[in-house]
Write a protein that binds this ligand. Structure first.
Ligand SMILES: Cc1cc2nc3c(=O)[nH]c(=O)nc-3n(C[C@H](O)[C@H](O)[C@H](O)COP(=O)(O)O)c2cc1C
Length: 200
């Protein structure tokens, strides 16, 4: 990546910036403010995109959870890189980020799994995410079976965990009238960050 001579340190670290924009989106009443499009690469190298919910932003990265046996889980295990994009239409903002994926720790996955409601926990066992499903009844039957199996506590399935996206490129976009939008690119530089504007 060619960094322009006029690049400078951003006012905020990008993960703090994203945290702030997520809070703004929630306060603004955006529908699903934490939803982000996640793109991974298929075995053949073609891009595959779907939405997931961002469940935390920190120095460790942008965190999401999923079924490790899903199509995306399979793609990530082969090629642990991804790109995400958030869009908040009311605020006219977009954030994109791309980089490597790291599995979250077992403690992290357990803690988040146990914060979910019972049906979501049962669903994590009942759904063979991304596999062909014969009928909705078959899914409901599977939910019933796991509800019977786990009468009280529902353990985290071994195939359910999460990832941190550790971006090596971020872009913050604030829309303005006449398509004269503000765009800031951010790139890591040693322990810090370097930022520059892009034409919209
Ligand atoms: C708003 C929204 C949020 C979603 N959040 C998640 C999520 O956090 N984790 C997840 O595995 N799937 C989530 N999904 C479902 C995925 O988009 C997708 O259908 C599923 O994970 C299977 O994807 P795959 O076959 O590419 O692995 C969400 C869907 C929507 C529309």
């Amino acid at each position: 990546m060619k960094i322009p001579e006029f690049a400078e340190q951003p006012e905020l670290d990008p993960w703090l910036w994203l945290q702030k924009w997520l809070i703004d989106a929630e306060e603004e009443g955006e529908n699903e403010p934490t939803a982000m499009a996640l793109s991974t690469l298929s075995k053949e190298g073609s891009p595959r995109t779907r939405f997931v919910l961002c469940k935390g932003v920190s120095e460790a990265g942008i965190r999401f959870f999923t079924n490790l046996n899903s199509a995306k889980g399979d793609e990530i295990s082969r090629n642990p890189i991804a790109s995400v994009a958030f869009h908040w239409p009311r605020l006219n903002r977009q954030v994109r980020a791309q980089g490597k994926l790291n599995r979250v720790s077992e403690d992290d996955a357990n803690e988040y799994f146990h914060s979910r409601n019972r049906l979501s926990k049962i669903g994590a066992w009942a759904s063979k995410q991304s596999q062909p499903l014969e009928s909705r009844d078959a899914l409901l039957k599977s939910v019933e079976e796991f509800s019977d199996k786990f009468k009280s506590d529902v353990p985290r399935p071994p195939h359910w965990s999460g990832f941190h996206l550790v971006p090596d490129y971020w872009e913050f976009w604030q829309g303005h009238e006449g398509r004269l939008h503000d765009r800031w690119a951010i790139h890591p530089e040693g322990e810090s960050w370097i930022s520059w504007r892009l034409f919209p």
